[in-house]
Design a protein around this ligand. Structure first.
Ligand SMILES: Cc1cc2nc3c(=O)[nH]c(=O)nc-3n(C[C@H](O)[C@H](O)[C@H](O)COP(=O)(O)OP(=O)(O)OC[C@H]3O[C@@H](n4cnc5c(N)ncnc54)[C@H](O)[C@@H]3O)c2cc1C
Length: 370
């Protein structure tokens, strides 16, 4: 590869890198997005695509802020992507039933404070709203939507390219190059395809962000947390809404595909799947929706969530190195909060007024120099 001089290099093409690159290119920057393997194939593809924290009233306020901002933009983003790429990402406001919720009284207070409706439903209302779901004390969250995230990733890739982002897939483990071998200033990015010379770099490498930042002497408390998922294929309409019970959930797609997730496992960078998890997820699905009992499992996969402390992402400048930013650590909510995270990162890189208060996400408060 001949040496290029992009205005900015983004490292890692998951939902974060793709959305951010698309934003920066839209602002007129010459962006190169560097991906180790294939774009949109890691956590962002493995995800379920629920556009809400699982029990949003239990989420930390900084997550609520990013989720609320993003939720209002999603219909527009889905429409723009369809217009730009012809791909329908299936943004659907399917609503979510939460069975036997934790702290249900807090849910109603939280909903009122955030101008949302959460309804406590008994057996009779459940029969009206979601007759396929087993009767149990439950909350109904009609505002919750979903996207079909594998298709969302494909649309983001096509849209980023159409907006002029230079996407380098199969570039190997990219690393930040600093000026004069120190850690003061960014000078470029090394890839297996050669060196990119630039004075601005953003790291959006998901669960691998710590590995990239280690090279510039910063210790990042982001760890991989494995999540396994399965899917069934049933008659469309068998399941009408997202259903959730104690961290396990069922997500119905329009064509009868039903996604069931997910495990939460500290297995390092191991992305394997286990028979036990598949059986447990199938049992959890049948417990929530009895019609899913005995339906054969058609697919089984896993992904590595990037977990920052408290599940709150780290977004902003890596203080000790001029020209270096990060946007990572979105844990279980990366699809939900990607639009606000990408917007905030863009604002910080370009010196614009931030779309949300950047303080709760500032890496300076959580990064340790080594
Ligand atoms: C099973 C499961 C279910 C989930 N369900 C939901 C859900 O329903 N709703 C929701 O909001 N969130 C969900 N999530 C969380 C969400 O998927 C993540 O928070 C989000 O995808 C993280 O996006 P990312 O771009 O930071 O990371 P990733 O998608 O992992 O992307 C990081 C990219 O960086 C690349 N990379 C890493 N190192 C380098 C390097 N050195 N050089 C070049 N490239 C590099 C990787 O190859 C990868 O492509 C789920 C996650 C899992 C695993």
């Amino acid at each position: 590869m001949t040496e290029k001089h992009p205005d900015i290099v983004v490292i890692g093409a998951g939902v974060m890198g793709l959305m951010l690159s698309r934003e920066l290119a839209g602002a007129g920057m010459n962006v190169t997005l560097v991906e180790r393997a294939r774009a949109g194939r890691e956590a962002s593809r493995a995800a379920g695509g629920i556009l809400s924290p699982l029990e949003p009233w239990l989420a930390p306020e900084p997550i609520t802020t990013l989720a609320a901002w993003s939720q209002t933009r999603y219909p527009g983003i889905a429409g723009d992507l369809e217009g730009e790429t012809g791909l329908d990402v299936e943004w659907i406001r399917s609503g979510m039933v939460v069975l036997e919720p934790e702290r249900p009284a807090d849910a109603e207070v939280w909903a009122a404070a955030h101008d949302l409706v959460i309804r406590n439903i008994g057996a009779e209302a459940m029969g009206d709203i979601a007759p396929e779901v087993r009767a149990a004390p439950a909350l109904w969250l009609p505002h919750v939507a979903q996207v079909r995230n594998p298709r969302f990733m494909d649309a983001l890739v096509n849209s980023a390219r159409a907006k002029g982002v230079r996407l380098l897939e199969g570039a190997g483990e990219a690393s930040v190059v600093t000026a004069n071998g120190g850690t003061d200033r960014v000078a470029g990015v090394d890839t297996e395809m050669g060196r990119l010379v630039t004075d601005r770099v953003v790291i959006t490498a998901g669960a691998w962000t710590g590995r990239v930042l280690e090279r510039v002497g910063a210790e990042v408390p982001i760890r991989p947390v494995r999540g396994q998922m399965i899917h069934f294929k049933v008659e469309p309409g068998t399941v009408g809404h997202i259903v959730q019970h104690k961290g396990r959930y069922v997500i119905p797609r329009r064509d009868g595909v039903v996604i069931v997730g997910s495990t939460v496992e500290a297995t390092g960078y191991d992305k394997g799947t286990t028979k036990r998890a598949s059986e447990e997820l199938a049992a959890a699905a049948a417990d929530m929706v009895p019609a899913l009992e005995g339906v054969p499992v058609e697919g089984h996969w896993s992904g590595l969530r990037p977990e920052a402390p408290g599940g709150v992402p780290m977004i902003g400048k890596v203080r000790q190195t001029t020209g270096l930013w990060m946007c990572a650590g979105h844990f279980r909510n990366g699809i939900t909060i990607a639009p606000a995270s990408a917007c905030l990162t863009r604002n910080l890189v370009l010196g614009e007024t931030p779309c949300v208060d950047p303080m709760p996400y500032d890496p300076a408060l959580r990064l340790k120099p080594r």
